[in-house]
Design a protein around this ligand. Sequence first.
Ligand code: RFL
Ligand code: PHB
Length: 400
Amino acid sequence: MTNPSTTRTQVAIIGAGPSGLLLGQLLHKAGIDAIILERQTGEYVLGRIRAGVLEQVCIDLMDEAGVGERMHKEGLVHGGFEMLYHGKRHRIDMNALTGGKNVMVYGQTEVTRDLMEAREAAGLPTVYEAHNVSIHDFDSTRPRVKYEKDGVEHTIECDFIAGCDGFHGVCRASVPRNAITEYEKVYPFGWLGLLSDTPPVSDELIYVNSPRGFALCSQRSKTRSRYYLQVPLTDRIEEWTDEAFWQELRLRLDDEGREKLVTGPSIEKSIAPLRSFVTEPLRFGRLFLAGDAGHIVPPTGAKGLNLAATDVKYLSSAIIEFFDEKSEAGIDSYSQRCLRRIWKAERFSWWFTALMHRFPEDGPIVSKFQEAELDYLLNSEAGSRSIAENYVGLPLNFGE
Ligand code: RFL
Ligand code: PHB
């Protein structure tokens, strides 16, 4: 059993998801020390199957953090994806439509593992199973964080607190209600995801708008597939056998997809609710929110992890500027810079979700609107280019 302790660090990072780990690595590269506190075990964090698509900006940040080697070796570069509606596929040639930009298929689990290993190799401190984390005095220049480990209370004194603790974390919840505005939309369906060690049905991702609801054929490697189905929020995971999942997926695919689909036992299966959510602002004195702690997008646009990475880029630059140049310009503009990018990704994710899903309250006329819009978008270069430009991710300095 350890004794109560008081430690000092420059940045206390709450949460060892991709945001917290990437921030820790970028700060370390700049010679700034940080302690990460994580409620769960490392294995638990790695066991959460989530994102799979990285934008170029996120790839560049992994490189900048010095953890890009395995990603470049094992990640799959995708220059396009397919959209299926009315039984017909249309390819969005992202590469051609954006002047050579691509995305990388590389699982969030792998991103997290690479960051965890780099942190461990550098001997940087992460406290897993840190319980009852609480944050204090972030409206002053001497914030503190308290937590319990093995029943013993510890205190960290720091210059900044980075709230990288996801949607259900403690940081956003600790901000006085009158200092924060939250915008939220909850969607009337969820995504049922299934991971299996089977070859993907196609080389590229397929986003499906079918009369039975949305489906997505994604992948993690040439031998591991990730599929999703739109399901009612009332569905329970225990009710979905693997066989029922594959059967429903077949019904939402085209003939070619049904023919090529290889099925097998699931290695993970879960239902995720869909939500659009933004907090304004993202800075409260010496506390900063980054990643899912500050915003959530429905996964249709594959933006959540990518937005988390760009928040962290802005935040690490601001903190480095503070310590190296004694300038508060970066921390003062943190919220505004992030939010400008966040709202564009929120808008795209909401729009893409509305275009591809069946909403229970909508009648047949809305399906007709969707079909007309898809017909327009996919047969117009301007329409397709707009999808491609948003999907690969807008540049960090977009509009500046
Ligand atoms: P995380 O990953 O939720 O990590 C937060 C960490 O904080 C810890 N924590 C605490 N620690 C200490 N004390 C407390 N009080 C704490 N409270 C929480 C948690 O245990 C956790 O480890 O947030 P982060 O780092 O901001 O990362 C965000 C991403 O995880 C998320 O945006 C993406 O997964 C979203 N997402 C996707 N994003 C993409 O860019 N591309 C995709 O293809 C994509 N697909 C997806 C997705 C999310 C999905 N789900 C399940 C919501 C697909 C799905 C199905
Ligand atoms: C995934 O592979 O998990 C994935 C891919 C694209 C999305 C959402 C999730 O839009």
